[in-house]
Ligand binder design. Structure first.
Ligand code: F3S
Length: 388
């Protein structure tokens, strides 16, 4: 890889260990994927924040970076943690809380903004065409496909390294020729709600290898539907981008059709239980203001059942802007949680065995990552189930 003289200095450790080790991660990654240079990034989004998923070992590495004086060089946001500051913080051992707060503190010391959300684009949208180093798969695919920004699917360490150096290796989706669609997905089914979009994503994600799909026949969709489609694609596969308006490429593409029974079977397979759920979870990926408004509208005049938890997860930024809706949801007995979600916290330890969600991504991961059963249904159905 060609490095500029400034990058050489960092690589050789002249600016200290934190930057030296970060540069070595980036160069190694670039060499693995055939990059010949590093490019500047506008922002980084760093995963590896929840103490539940992180564990103890990486905390030492974060400590070492802080001790060595590592500071992020670009706007940097971080993924959700294992607690919200109020509701959950009281329900788990103090030791977990202490360790989680330590992790957040370390990121803060490096200059990252403790956004604690998987939807950083609701706090500030990156510009179309700018290069990023983001490491939350649902945010990566949303940024590339809906916002028109350019980011590979980074791991937590490479996103942090890119944040500290302010650069990323120029390969993969950073190169225009790799952003063109190379498979056409013809949707022959009417997609009725966000859950159908998510199920479509899970189904197609399993079929794709490294292809970038272009979808035809999506019908009417909202940005929230596209978010669910992307989150599904990135969960069951490694796809980092999809097209839904233009192919980005002239000429004939391989074609795959998706029929109604594909969507129905995927939804059925993701639903591992028909038992009454103890928890209803909306907000994977984290809710936008519009989505919180829709939940509040669906809850108006209703009461959440006494033995059921209703969680609506988002960032504190979105929550602050949704006061009236938060009052409606919490007045009905639900909880609008910030900084966390049902996947990155210990719901099993709360006595939850079955959850219902409108998110295909959660339905895909919860049985293995949280050891709970799942029912997948659209938000309106989830709210009906939650209420008396
Ligand atoms: Fe976000 Fe948790 Fe889903 S981090 S994408 S809400 S699994």
């Amino acid at each position: 890889m060609h490095l500029t003289s400034e990058e050489e200095k960092i690589f050789n450790g002249e600016l200290g260990w934190a930057y030296h080790v970060s540069m070595r991660i980036l160069v190694r990654l670039g060499e693995l994927f055939g990059a010949t240079e590093l490019i500047p990034i506008q922002s980084a989004h760093i995963s590896g924040v929840s103490y539940k998923t992180l564990g103890d070992a990486p905390i030492d590495f974060l400590e070492a970076l802080v001790v060595a004086g590592g500071k992020v060089q670009v706007t940097s946001s971080v993924n959700p943690s294992s607690f919200d500051p109020e509701y959950l913080a009281k329900r788990f051992p103090q030791d977990y809380l202490k360790k989680q707060l330590r992790v957040i503190e370390l990121y803060k010391k490096m200059g990252a903004n403790p956004t604690l959300t998987c939807a950083p684009y609701y706090l500030g949208q990156p510009q179309p065409g700018c290069h990023l180093a983001w490491s939350e798969s649902s945010a990566v695919i949303y940024a590339n496909s809906v916002l028109g920004s350019w980011t590979n699917r980074e791991g937590g360490p490479s996103a942090l390294a890119a944040a500290l150096v302010g650069r990323t290796p120029n390969y993969g989706i950073h190169r225009p020729e790799n952003r063109e669609a190379n498979i056409l997905i013809r949707v022959e089914s009417l997609l009725r709600n966000e859950t159908d979009f998510g199920a479509l994503g899970i189904h197609v994600g399993k079929l794709l290898k490294n292809e970038i799909p272009v979808f035809k026949g999506l019908g009417n969709y909202t940005e929230a539907d596209l978010k669910q489609l992307g989150a599904g694609l990135a969960s069951s596969g490694m796809t980092t981008m999809f097209h839904y308006q233009e192919t980005g490429k002239k000429g004939k593409l391989e074609r795959v059709s998706v029929e109604t029974n594909d969507i129905e079977n995927t939804t059925k397979n993701l639903s591992t239980s028909s038992d009454s759920p103890e928890m209803i979870f909306i907000g994977c990926p984290h809710c936008s203001l519009r989505e919180i408004q829709r939940v509040a509208q669906a809850l108006r005049g209703k009461k959440v059942k006494k033995d059921t938890e209703l969680w609506v997860c988002s960032s504190s930024h979105v929550r602050e802007n949704a006061e009236t809706c938060v009052n409606i949801i919490e007045g009905a007995g639900g909880h609008v949680l910030c900084n966390t979600c049902a996947i990155v916290t210990w719901i099993k330890k709360l006595g939850i065995d079955t959850i219902m969600t409108n998110s295909a991504k959660t339905a895909y991961y919860a049985p293995t990552l949280n050891e709970v059963n799942v029912a997948l249904a659209p938000m309106t159905k989830c709210i009906e189930e939650a209420c008396e």
